[in-house]
Design a protein around this ligand. Sequence first.
Ligand code: NDP
Length: 324
Amino acid sequence: AECSEVPTILLNNGERMPALALGTYLGFDKNGIVKSENKLLRDVVCQAIDIGYRHIDTASIYSTEREIGEAINMKIKQGVVKREDVFITTKLWNTRHKREQVAEALRESLKQLNLDYVDLYLMHWPIGINDDYTYSDVDFMETWQGMEDMQKLGLAKAIGVSNFNKEQLERVIREGSIRPAVIQIEVHPQIIQSDLISFAKSEGIVVMGYSPFGSLVSRYGMFFAGPRITDPKLVAIARKYGKTTPQVVLRWSVDRSVVPIPKSVNPNRLQENINIFDFSLTKEEINVINSYNSNTRYTLPSFWQNHPYYPFEKVDHPLANPFV
Ligand code: NDP
């Protein structure tokens, strides 16, 4: 297998972040969040590091921190990378939003990861919930103070938010004492997020884009409306560069300065997804892909939509809460 070099982006904390991250959320089934079996994820992360991945995205709710930490520590021991060569992002879960809970939660994540610090700690949602999954009224600005404590303690080199809307991000910028380095949101051809991306950029905040393949791939056994891997316009662009349509869609993200977070546990696709740094799209090609926008979210936790800090548009028929 070849090893690719991933470029980096400068964050407003002065550190550099690799422009592509490996996603590690294994999905949801009737038993809840899917767990890694037989060290699958540890082996995937080892392979990812061998072929050049330097940024891993996880969250305490994914239950993948332990295996990611095993892989990183193995690769450090083997001399493949040093700690400072890898960039680890993890996230605070919604049940830990009180200021003093943030330190507890991050220390637990660091213990799972077996690391002294993370490169980036994100508030996973603006929504605080209690242990019994009733709504808590903790203001996300209180939580943000806890996040700031983590950067000051050096447990996180940078801090940021995820799933915040523009007004909520504006409030963090206005009322916080440390500006977020990153906002992580859903970005793919079905939801191109032009407004939030240009706002974040204008404020010096880097955007990470989750679920980057959008409708190209099946999700939970279902295909959603939108372009597939065989889409003729995407295929034409892919042919021009000798690439695949998933690579074109990842490159579209990179060319819009959005850090994509493709998840794969398949060796061939892991290699395919990192092999996107030897070409770039034209403005016209970016616009062709932009034209697929339908503002469709795949992550739409409508079961929380009556929470005062719910970030998204409300729907008429909210989903049942899978957490209770
Ligand atoms: P992705 O868009 O990364 O899609 C993942 C799916 O695509 C998997 O089924 C994978 O299968 C398949 N796949 C991967 N590469 C290819 C390829 N080259 N060709 C064809 N199929 C491919 O979706 P996710 O929703 O998993 O998002 C990615 C990551 O973003 C998550 O893992 C997580 O880290 C983060 N995330 C963050 C959220 C947040 O709230 N902040 C919410 C959702 C995601 P296979 O593994 O078999 O290759």
